[in-house]
Design a protein around this ligand. Sequence first.
Ligand code: SAM
Length: 391
Amino acid sequence: MTPRTEEAGSSGLASALVEAGALTSDWLPTFKAVPRELFVPDRIWPGIADGTRQATLVDRAKDADAWFQAVYSDIPLTTQWDDGQHAGDGLGVTPTSSSSMPRMVFSMLADLGVQEGHRVLEIGTGTGWNAGLLSHRLGGANVVSVEYDEDVAKDAGENLRGADLSPLVIVGDGRSGHAGGSPYDRVIATCSVGEVPRTWIEQTCPGGVIVAPWGTEYGGEHIVRLVVGADSTASGPFTRSSAFMRLRQQRTERPPFSAYFNGRKWPAGGARSTTALSPADIGGWLQQFVIGLLLPGAFWRVERYDDGSYTLWTYSTDTESWASADYVPKADRYEVVQSGPRNLWDETEGAYRWWEEQGRPGFERFGLTVDGDGERVWLDSPYRPVPIRNP
Ligand SMILES: C[S@@+](CC[C@H](N)C(=O)[O-])C[C@H]1O[C@@H](n2cnc3c(N)ncnc32)[C@H](O)[C@@H]1O
């Protein structure tokens, strides 16, 4: 591909991001000055537009056109699988490092609201592109980026040097932030959390902002924008949906089917009932977000059949409880089986009904507060916490 075409790819992506409202005018010169291609390794697995799957390997050495096309598309690019344990050209099990989707990168930077002179802490250096963008805007001396994976951090350092940018890249567990560079005006995490580490709040100035992808075990992750108070609390609204890789230390194993059934066959003595709530009505990203808020310690899987029907399984992470709900196309009632101390389908239905009673609020009406008592998600105001059912 000729440089002219690369330039066209870059300006095509810029236009698409501007049109989507992600790339704001204050970031445009930086977008142009810090090209994504300088941060993307030769071997990548491009994401598919809906963000849920990966395409096969694109190797710059074998197909430079496909590589440039991927780099200048609004898609995430997986750069590492399985914490670096995966070798070869195929897909690994879990993507563990990437160049995030450009639309998400610039939307989060817009949420961050940096101003000249701000000091920023980033958690999850990855390829270094985001740290590079921040360094171009604020000066490398004002940017600290923490990456847990040593090899990933080393490559990011090389990429940044190659782009003539010099933030401080630290190898370490981002949950501890980097006290040496604090206090920060802004903290941005580019891996998701289920719990905001207190250190991020402690290392941020009063009035400072923390932008992080936040999600429960159940799913439906969203970006939260917290403003730090004078009393080491932080609070603020969710701003957009997201699908980031989890912070390594907050990943949880999903127990296998066998852990719940101990060799027994479904329905394994579970209580049978039927429901008018279609499992298809609760699968959307927003519904998952809401149900996850009200069902701590629960997750789901879907088992699909050839005729278009499927079973929605809900499990408690402690392996004590499970529920199955059978979706059949065009049915008006659906079979349910529940087992264990938690009636997980009843809880799911209760969460969905609660959401309906509130007028089916979108994510933008929810927010998060973190203080000495822990974390609470609220609806409309920090004084209206979401009524979490204790398992
Ligand atoms: C989506 S990638 C980051 C993308 C990156 N900001 C960029 O511009 O390319 C997420 C990164 O978070 C890192 N990570 C996961 N857990 C971490 C932790 N506890 N501390 C620091 N980094 C972590 C992963 O190794 C991975 O590189």
